[in-house]
Structures are given as C-alpha cells and as structure tokens.
Ligand binder design. Structure first.
Ligand code: GLN
Length: 486
C-alpha cells in the first residue's frame, strides 16, 4: 500500500480498504527500518502522527471526505511546526521549537493530513546535494553512494523510498526540482506568491517558494489545492482565486506549443539526459503538441545574478540568529560581542558563512551599485526573455539538471555546486512556476524533465505533466534496492 500515490491512497481510505492508523504505522515502520541508511528525516513524530491518524479515521467515520484526510506526509524541516523542533538543517536551530505552525503546515493539518516528521535538508536551504546539513548527508535511495540533490533532498529521498506518501519542499533556485529529478519523482515549484511563505524559515525572500514533492502530477495537483492561496500574514502572497488544480488535468494537449531553449541543450548537458528529454518531447508530439526552438539569451547570466541576490537577501535574513532570540548560544561568552561572534561562528556551517560574507559584501556601501543593482538589472533581462518566449509558446521544456545524481563528496568546489542549478535558477529570478517529472533512467539513475510556465500557469503545467504521465511510466519506477546496510 505505501508505494501508492496520494490519489490511490485517498481512494483506498475512502473505500475503507485501509485505515489511516494502519497506513501511518506502515510508513513509521518503514522509516524505522530505512532512515538509518538514508538519513531522510531529522525528526520522526511517532506518537503525534498516530494521534493525527486516529483523529483522521474518526473524522472519516463522521462523514469527512477531504481528499488528503489521513494521508501521511513529511515536511521539510524549514517549515515551523508547533511543539516539534524546526532545525532548518542547522546547528543554529538544533533545539528551536517554534511557537506556531507555518501556514503550509496549518493548511495540511486542516486538510487532515498526518505529519510523519521533518525532513533533512541543506543548511538554511543552501546547497544542491544535501551535504551541507548539520545532521549529515541524505543518501539517494537509487544508489546510496550518490546524493539525492538539494536542498529538499530529505523530502525527495523520503518520497522516492516510500518513507511518506507526499512531502513539502522549498525552492529558491532549484531545491524542489533538482532533488525530484535526482530521485525520480515529481517536484513542483509554484509561481512566486502562490503559496504562503509565512512560517517558512527565510533564505532569500524574493525567491523562496514552497511546493509539493510527490509521486505524480495528479498528487501535486491535490497538494496544491491545499497549499495555494492568499495568506494575509505574507505580504507577498497573491490575491488570485485558487483553481481546482485537478479539474484541468485531463485537458487535451492538441495544439500545445512547446518551446525548447537552445541554451538548455548546449555544452555541458549529458548526452544520455538529452536523449531522455528528446524521447519525452516525442511523446508530446504524439499527443498533438508542436515543438519549436526558442532563445533565453540571458540564461548564462542567471547563476551569477542569483549568487549576488540570494546571498544578499540571506545575509539580511540570517542576521536574526544572534544567540539572543533563537536557537544556539555559545558557552560562557565574556561579553556581548564575544557572544555574537562565537554564536555565529559555531552555529553556522561553512556554506552559510560563505553566503553571509558574499551577501554582506555585495550590499556594502560602494559595492551596492556594482553588484546588487547590476544583478537586479540582469534579473529584469531574464524576466523579459521569458516574457518574449511566452508570446510564442505555452510551456518551456528542457532538462532539470545537466546530469543524473553525482557521488557523495564528488563536488567540493562551491562554484561547481552552484552550476548545478544552471537550468532552474532563472525560473526563480523570474518568479515563474516550474516542475520536474521523471523522464528516463540513463545508467539506472533517474533524470528529470523540466517544464516551465508563464506567471500563475500552475494548472497548465500540471495538465501537461499529467498527460505525459498517462502516456509514460517513468514516474512509476522505484529504486530496486536500498543498499547493503538497509
Ligand atoms: N542550490 C541553490 C543554492 O544553494 C538553490 C537552493 C534552493 O533552491 N534552496 O542556493
């Protein structure tokens, strides 16, 4: 049962084939068995999960038919949860227990979903491999010597290994889509403002967005129906009506105009990944779509612009961790300055410190115009590139990542790691929706197809992905073995 999609589990629960308590227990047993190997969860909530499951079963008995009622999920440990610690993958927040739930968490609770636990992640969501976590790396369930991607690597590994039915993630530059690609599952990053950021620990506020990590586009639609919508507590949340994202999943793709960016099929792309994506494009052609090459001429500037904007915002957001207000405080400080310095030196890991230094530098007087303002101008050019492209096409398709998952420890150079997001980062800079769906298994490892839409075209993306999944079976493939230690 635990290998099923959310849509299937929802039907099984409704038909009384299984109870939420039984389902929850099955996931908890599997977590107890495999989490030692995968390290996908930082915190597992055995007792509260079973209590929530019991409540869900009772609500169902009284006639509640909410689609996610009783479905076990995992939250990335960046979402604040009342009474359960929220670490953000950092020593700084090792013991932090939030006094409130993030809006995303609150909405899943209200929908009756069961929280199994909190998933591992790169520290403060900074990374592409899950290796910057204070709690150790997550391993890829397809090959435990490889990374699951990041920063939402714990959520992606947990979904791929059936350690939950669905999970939440966040994506600032690719952190939902790239781990989804590496773990052979579906990851969805909504348009900026579509899902509330309230209670989601801030990394780069103008780029961060929460979204679903799950087994199918249909499941992503079910999750988006719960997650999306205006939240008065988040001033960047958009006041647009929330569609029923499941309602248009079966729309025909006849006449769909697909753009493939030349810049995403250029040097650096693995030939096997390219072949998987081209095979996938042929599926769309059979469904009546037309394909044309397009240009995103400023794409090559996106990583550089991001690594000014994101660290700049991070340096401001992370200034709040001072040993006074939240989390870690160093032992026996001699004075205030010593406390600030040692708390931050000991509480943050190397990558986070690197970002704070870069960001502080980029924002300092005399450098602001040279770096920050210039990066913001590039951001506008990138947005304009997409706007021109969407005059000619409905969706843009390419690879999510230039290659499949790499080995643990294989990328020690920070810039090599930054280049991981070469196809995904521009989408965050432009605030657009994007998703990754499984598209092949070159060399036995999953590869992801990246689908990007215009502002608030969530329903269109989910429709396109669902039609692909009705005509292919890559999304149903699961890792055969979980490694020797399991
Ligand atoms: N890999 C990118 C970074 O380290 C993106 C991370 C993310 O999307 N949270 O900043």
């Amino acid at each position: 049962m635990i290998e099923k999609t959310v849509a299937e589990l929802s039907a099984a629960l409704a038909a009384g084939e299984i109870s939420s308590v039984e389902l929850t227990q099955a996931y908890l047993d599997r977590i107890a068995h495999y989490n030692k190997t995968l390290n996908a969860y930082i915190t597992v909530c055995n007792d509260s999960a079973l209590a929530q499951a019991k409540a869900a079963d009772a609500a169902r008995a009284k006639g509640d038919t909410s689609p996610l009622l009783g479905i076990p999920l995992a939250h990335k440990d960046i979402f604040c949860t009342t009474g359960v610690r929220t670490t953000c993958g950092s020593r700084m927040l090792n013991n932090f227990i939030a006094p409130y739930d993030a809006t995303v968490v609150e909405r899943f609770n209200a929908a009756g979903a069961v929280m199994l636990g909190k998933t591992n992640m790169d520290e403060f969501a900074m990374g592409s491999s899950n290796e910057t976590s204070y709690f150790g790396p997550v391993r890829n369930p397809w090959d435990t010597e490889k990374v699951p991607g990041g920063s939402s690597g714990g959520s992606a590994a947990a979904v791929a290994a059936d350690l939950c039915a669905m999970a939440t993630g966040t994506d600032t530059g690719g952190s939902i889509r790239q781990p989804a690609a590496f773990c052979g599952i579906t990851g969805f990053k909504p348009s900026y403002g579509r899902v509330s950021r309230w209670g989601m620990i801030a990394f780069a506020s103008s780029l961060d967005q929460a979204g679903p990590i799950c087994k199918s586009a249909e499941d992503a639609a079910l999750m988006m129906n719960v997650m999306a919508g205006l939240d008065e507590k988040d001033s960047t949340s958009i006041d647009l009506p929330v569609e029923d994202y499941t309602a248009t999943l079966n729309d025909s793709l006849e006449g769909l105009r697909i753009g493939i960016p030349r810049q995403h099929f250029a040097e650096g792309l693995s030939p096997e990944v390219e072949q998987s994506i081209r095979d996938g494009l042929a599926v769309f052609e059979k469904l009546g779509a037309t394909i044309k090459e397009i240009d995103l001429p400023n794409n090559h500037l996106s990583v550089s612009a991001y690594y000014v904007v994101a660290p700049a915002e991070a340096s401001a957001n992370l200034s709040r961790y001072d040993g006074v207000r939240y989390g870690y405080r160093c032992e026996d400080p001699v004075d205030l300055e010593d406390m600030y310095k040692r708390t931050r030196s000991e509480g943050f890991g190397a990558e986070v410190k690197r970002r704070i230094m870069v960001g502080t530098y980029a924002l300092s007087a005399g450098f602001y115009d040279a770096y920050y303002r210039k990066a913001q101008r590039i951001r506008r050019l990138i947005k304009n590139d997409f706007s021109s492209a969407f005059k000619e096409v409905d969706v843009i398709i390419g690879p999510t990542s230039p290659h499949t998952a790499f080995g643990l420890g294989a990328k020690s150079d920070p810039v090599a790691m930054y280049l991981e997001d070469i196809y995904t980062i521009a989408v965050n800079l432009a605030g657009l929706p994007g998703m990754s769906i499984p598209a092949g298994l070159p060399g036995g490892m999953p590869t992801g197809m990246h689908i990007v839409g215009n502002d608030f075209a969530e329903a269109k993306l989910l429709n396109v992905a669902h039609q692909f999944q009705l005509n292919t079976d890559w999304h149903t493939r699961r890792p055969a073995a979980l490694g020797k230690e399991a």
